[in-house]
Design a protein around this ligand. Structure first.
Ligand code: HSE
Length: 438
């Protein structure tokens, strides 16, 4: 019988508890897949006396993360603390310290990987260790392994994902029940999806971190979180959702990464997608990532993006990889290559747009608006007037593809027209993907 590989787990919250359960209940299966047994040798917690939802030998519990990280008999460190209070510390310091001693390091920490991935991977490379982070994006969906292992025969051109469960839950409720943003936010908070401060989810920060990680891997380049263009869902109204349905679309918060010539586009924003698109059927708190590779064509990955056991599923997969690699004396697959592909400024991006305006219902108003569009090179696909006679009425437009800078110029002029009360919303429309119109 081989000696067990000793694991040091930092954090025994929701995900840590799920990981411990799988490692305990599925010990034989995990050992067979890892090429030998694994042992939970040390677990770092804040309060060793707290009652736990998993049976852990009190003798392995401790409170000193650095002591475990520096223990030469623990070759795999599993960091599951996250970023309480929004700070990447102390997680970043712990991960660097473990990597400096050449360890295999597993983390579910999206913030640290998105902000410091290059530093962590460089440190791993310099000291012979490895970093694994499947659980950092889309919980139980194995999208990191898909991109970095299963799809390496492809040039990935595009990734488009619903990678924030909270906002997908909220938009689904708004669509199915006609509910307003504030009401569904309160319900999402009551159900434990949204935090008391919901800005990370509803303003698109969480999705921006995740798409920065996915785009960096898919395009083998370093994408800084700050370079991701980001809009949240706070301006989406029941009226926009009704208009979308009438035009044949649903509204989703999409994270999009595309190659565009020598540039890449990386953005997070509410998007109208055709009701027939595979992503339109992704409802409630589920996540999905739609990928196009030159050889494989279109793929879609669907599943739970958060929660105890789905996230633990991803962490255990990384632990098994780490153990497997350790026994064979090889390193994990994630490397840095120092490449920095330029990001296309959002003003140069090309999209179709939904535009909702509130105007005075008077002859000549539509002509004045369409002239402003036409003068700035914005071609219109459809126009709908909602209401008759009251002040104001809605004029809803969908454009053909246009560069954002042209649209911005047109909208600035439209906003100044005397009959235009307001441009109440502008939402990008995605549709045609690689020759297929959904
Ligand atoms: N808050 C995230 C979501 C899960 O709603 O999907 C953690 O990244």
């Amino acid at each position: 019988m081989q000696n067990a590989i000793r694991l040091g787990i930092i954090g025994l919250g929701t995900v840590g508890t799920g990981v411990a359960r799988i490692l305990q209940h599925g010990a034989d299966q995990v050992a067979a897949r890892a090429g030998g047994p694994l042992e939970i040798a040390r677990v770092v917690v804040n309060d060793p006396t707290k009652k736990r939802e998993v049976d852990i030998d009190p003798a392995v519990l401790g409170t000193d993360a650095l002591e475990v990280i520096r223990d030469p008999d623990i070759p795999i460190i599993v960091e599951l603390v996250g970023c309480p209070g929004g700070s990447v510390e102390p997680a970043r310091t712990w991960l660097l310290e473990a990597l400096r001693s050449g360890k295999h390091v597993v983390t579910a920490n999206k913030d640290v990987v998105a902000k410091h991935g290059t530093e962590l991977l460089r440190t791993a490379g310099e000291h012979g260790g490895s970093l694994y982070f499947e659980a950092a994006v889309a919980g139980g969906i194995p999208i990191i392994k898909a991109i970095s292992e299963a799809l390496v025969g492809n040039r990935i051109d595009m990734l488009m994902g619903i990678i924030n469960g909270t906002t997908n839950y909220m938009l689904t409720k708004m669509t199915q029940e006609g509910a307003a943003f504030g009401d569904v936010l309160r319900e999402a908070q009551a159900r434990g999806y949204a935090e008391a401060d919901p800005s990370s989810d509803v303003e698109g920060h969480d999705a921006a971190y995740k798409i920065a990680i996915l785009a960096s891997l898919a395009f083998e380049t370093e994408i800084a979180v700050d370079a991701v263009y980001r809009e949240g869902i706070t301006r989406i109204t029941p009226e926009d959702i009704r208009n979308a349905a009438e035009l044949g679309y649903v509204v989703k918060l999409l994270a999009i990464a595309k190659r565009n010539g020598e540039h890449v586009e990386v953005r997070v924003h509410p998007t109208f997608i055709p009701q027939s698109h595979p992503l339109a059927a992704v409802n409630d708190a589920f996540n999905a990532v739609f990928v196009h590779g030159d050889a494989v064509g279109e793929l879609m990955f669907y599943g739970r993006g958060a929660g105890m056991m789905p996230t633990a599923s991803a962490v255990v997969a990384d632990i098994v990889d780490a153990a497997h690699n350790l026994r064979r004396g090889v390193r994990g697959r994630h490397r840095i290559n120092g490449r920095r592909t330029p990001i296309l400024p959002i003003s140069q991006s090309i999209s179709r747009y939904y535009i909702n305006t509130k105007v005075v219902d008077r002859p000549g108003v539509l002509a004045a608006i369409t002239t402003a569009f036409g003068d700035n090179g914005v071609s219109l696909e459809s126009v709908i007037q909602k209401g008759r006679g009251q002040d104001p009425v809605s004029l809803v437009f969908v454009t053909h593809e246009v560069q954002e800078a042209n649209l911005t110029r047109a909208l600035a002029r439209i906003a100044q027209l005397a009959e235009v009360r307001e441009v109440s919303n502008v939402v990008r429309v995605e549709g045609e993907t690689h020759g297929r119109d959904y």
